[in-house]
Every structure is written in structure tokens, then in C-alpha cells.
Design a protein around this ligand. Structure first.
Ligand code: ATP
Length: 361
């Protein structure tokens, strides 16, 4: 019997382990995707993203743990009875069928989910993905982005409970990928369909998702909103994988107010940091949190750390500069908008609030 709290649940994995021979591709993975949520699995190649999606779809059987969809346990339920829409990286449209016929194929075993006819359903979906005027074309006469929109329409045709998307944009060029992810997000929001999205591209994950699960080596490192994953990474892995980060191994020298030492240099930590005296920690400072001040100007501010560094190179990005600096044989990356940053000897300053302290192993 489904618990009351599960009524709002789109997909649930509870202690799922998937093995291939001796390899555990997923290790005790538990996560909950809320109904209507755009939920993204992100992580490096081979971390287990596709395996997670395949376990939800029913193509892999967990060695332990359970998968639930809309509160219903899926053990023994074959893929075709799970009411899922699936889109993979390689469009997989039928080349001998027209665009319209490809979308209609999604309805071959299902009645349309609403009152209308199958033809009306196909027409509605082609409008939704903005392909109505290409309904009679063959897939081979479409661009990659257009093919993916048809694949999406086909997956949505039977009105699935959940949409599973495995790197659907990765075969497209960067500009098209950015455009299509906005379209995808809009369609998902309009339909309110629970969506599990797989990508290795952390920037894409941050851009489209309501929440993100960062996976590393078959384990979940963090599940959070994009903002929290970026600003408050829960582990060293997340801090390194999501966005650029400057990381420093340090030792806590004082707990009140909290301070740490990096190679003898004092770094001010935020007052709400909870650390123990002499504890080894990793400090993370985002490139955009660091200011570059000309070496001749004395920086000020009590909650501020100052490092005397040298600028090695500057890249102009259009909306900002990336400044590569050297401090005590370490590379430090700074990202700064506005004026061209100074060269040569500089002070790098950052505030205690912008230092993320990590204590995981
Ligand atoms: P990518 O981004 O490269 O697609 P991924 O995160 O989706 O990677 P998975 O495809 O889920 O990773 O693979 C997870 C692990 O399981 C990898 O070590 C992979 O080699 C292994 N694996 C996946 N499928 C099989 C299989 N059918 N047989 C044996 N090992 C497999």
C-alpha cells in the first residue's frame, strides 16, 4: 500500500544497487524525484548515470533496493508497462517513416491520453515542439535538433507519467544545445511532467534543473538545487566537478572567530563555520569571489583575506576576464567583470563569507 507522502512522488530509488559482474555500477542509491520536477543526474563518464536511468526504465534489474514510480513498486514490471517516455542521445527515429508517422508510432499501443483522436494528438505534439510544418518530411531531411524534437514528441505521445532523457542534446553543437535546452525546459514546465535528465555537462545541469544529483563512482555525492550545489558543495568532489573552484588544503588555527592557515597565510572563515581546532580542511573559493587589486594599493577590510600574487595571463571573455595568477607556487583563477584587471604584482582579496570549508575525506 502506498504511503500518503508518496502521492506527490514521481520516481523513487530506495537503496538501489546495480551490478555488472564484479562491477557495482550503482551502490546503494536512494533518491526521490517529486512529481512535476525536472531532476538531473550529472557526473563524469562511467559514474552510473545511464545505469540509474535504465534501472528506472526497467532495462536493468537492481541486485538490491526498489524503484517506485508514482508510489508503485516496479519489481517485475516490464519496461513497456511503466508508462515512461524515453529519449536517448541518438535520436533513433525510424528512417522510413515521416515525421508525423514517427510521432504516431508513439501511440501504437496506447490511446491518446486526452479526449481527442490520435491524429489530433500527433498534430498537437508537433505544434508543441514547433515541427508542425515539417510533418511530412523524412527524418534524414531534418537537422539534429529537429530530429531530437521529433523524438521528444514521440516519447510524449502516449502521455507518460515520467520522461527519461539520456544526453538528448549531446550530439548537437553548442549553440543549438543551449537553445534546445531552453525549449525542453519550457515544454517540461508547460506539461508539468516529471523528468529525469542525464548529462555529463555540469553547466547544462545547473541551467535546466529544479534539482541536481551529482554522482561519482556509483554513489550520490549531493542532491540539491543548482544554486546550492554550486554555492554550497557538500564534498570535495562536487566542489571540483561543478564549475571552476580554487581549492586549498588548510589547517584550522582558531575557532572563534574561525581562521585557517594555508602555508602559513591566515584565511578568515565565515563566523558560522563549524570546525575543530587543528582540523585539516579544504577551502574552496570561486573565481568570481576573488578581487584583483593593483599591488601598489593597500587592501582593507577585516573579514577579508589578502594574498600577494602575480598575474601570469589574462583572457578576455567578452563579459568578463579570466585572470590566471600565481601565489606561493599555486595557480589561482580569478574571474572579474568590468575594467581590464591589472598585471604584474597584485593583491587578491576575498571575503570570509565566500570561503567554503569542506571536511569530507
Ligand atoms: P557516460 O557518461 O560515459 O555514458 P554513465 O555515467 O552513464 O557514463 P554508466 O553507463 O551508467 O555510466 O556506467 C556505469 C559503470 O557500469 C561503468 O563502469 C560502465 O563501464 C559499467 N557498465 C555499464 N553497462 C555495463 C554492461 N552492460 N556491462 C558491464 N559493465 C557495464
Amino acid at each position: 500500500m502506498a504511503a500518503v507522502s508518496r502521492e506527490e512522488t514521481g520516481v523513487e530509488l530506495d537503496g538501489v544497487t546495480v551490478r555488472f559482474g564484479d562491477v557495482a555500477a550503482l551502490r546503494d542509491v536512494s533518491l526521490t524525484v517529486e512529481e512535476g520536477e525536472f531532476f538531473t543526474l550529472v557526473g563524469p563518464s562511467g559514474c552510473g548515470k545511464t545505469t540509474t536511468l535504465r534501472a528506472i526504465a526497467g532495462f536493468e534489474t537492481p541486485a538490491t533496493g526498489v524503484v517506485r514510480i508514482e508510489g508503485r513498486e516496479m519489481e517485475g514490471v516490464p519496461p513497456e508497462d511503466r508508462n515512461l517516455g524515453v529519449v536517448f542521445q541518438n535520436y533513433a527515429l525510424f528512417p522510413h517513416l515521416s515525421v508525423r508517422e514517427n510521432v504516431a508510432y508513439g501511440l501504437r499501443f496506447h490511446d491518446p491520453p486526452d479526449e481527442g483522436t490520435a491524429d489530433e494528438r500527433v498534430a498537437d505534439l508537433l505544434s508543441l515542439v514547433d515541427m508542425a510544418d515539417m510533418a511530412d518530411r523524412d527524418p534524414e531531411d531534418l537537422s539534429g535538433g529537429q530530429q531530437q524534437r521529433v523524438a521528444l514528441a514521440r516519447a510524449l505521445a502516449p502521455g507518460p507519467d515520467v520522461l527519461l532523457l539520456d544526453e538528448p542534446l549531446s550530439a548537437l553543437d553548442a549553440r543549438l544545445r543551449e537553445r534546445l535546452r531552453v525549449t525542453l525546459k519550457e515544454i517540461q514546465r508547460d506539461l508539468g511532467i516529471t523528468t529525469v535528465y542525464v548529462t555529463h555537462d555540469q553547466a547544462e545541469a545547473l541551467a535546466v534543473s529544479d534539482r541536481v544529483a551529482v554522482i561519482n563512482d556509483g554513489r550520490i555525492e549531493q542532491v540539491d538545487t543548482p544554486e546550492r550545489v554550486y554555492r554550497e558543495p557538500a564534498s570535495r568532489f562536487v566542489a571540483a566537478f561543478v564549475g571552476d573552484n580554487n581549492r586549498f588544503e588548510a589547517v584550522v588555527t582558531r575557532t572563534n572567530p574561525p581562521r585557517a592557515s594555508v602555508d602559513g597565510t591566515d584565511v578568515a572563515l565565515s563566523d558560522d563555520t563549524v570546525v575543530g581546532a587543528n582540523e585539516p580542511v579544504t577551502l574552496c573559493v570561486r573565481p568570481e569571489a576573488i578581487r584583483v587589486v593593483d599591488g601598489g594599493v593597500e587592501p582593507s577590510g577585516t573579514a577579508t583575506t589578502t594574498l600577494s600574487a602575480t598575474v601570469e595571463s589574462r583572457e578576455f571573455l567578452g563579459d568578463a576576464y579570466r585572470v590566471h595568477c600565481r601565489w606561493n607556487d599555486r595557480s589561482i583563477l580569478v574571474k572579474t567583470g568590468g575594467e581590464r584587471p591589472p598585471e604584474g604584482d597584485v593583491h587578491l582579496t576575498f571575503d570570509a563569507e565566500d570561503v567554503r570549508v569542506l571536511t569530507d575525506e
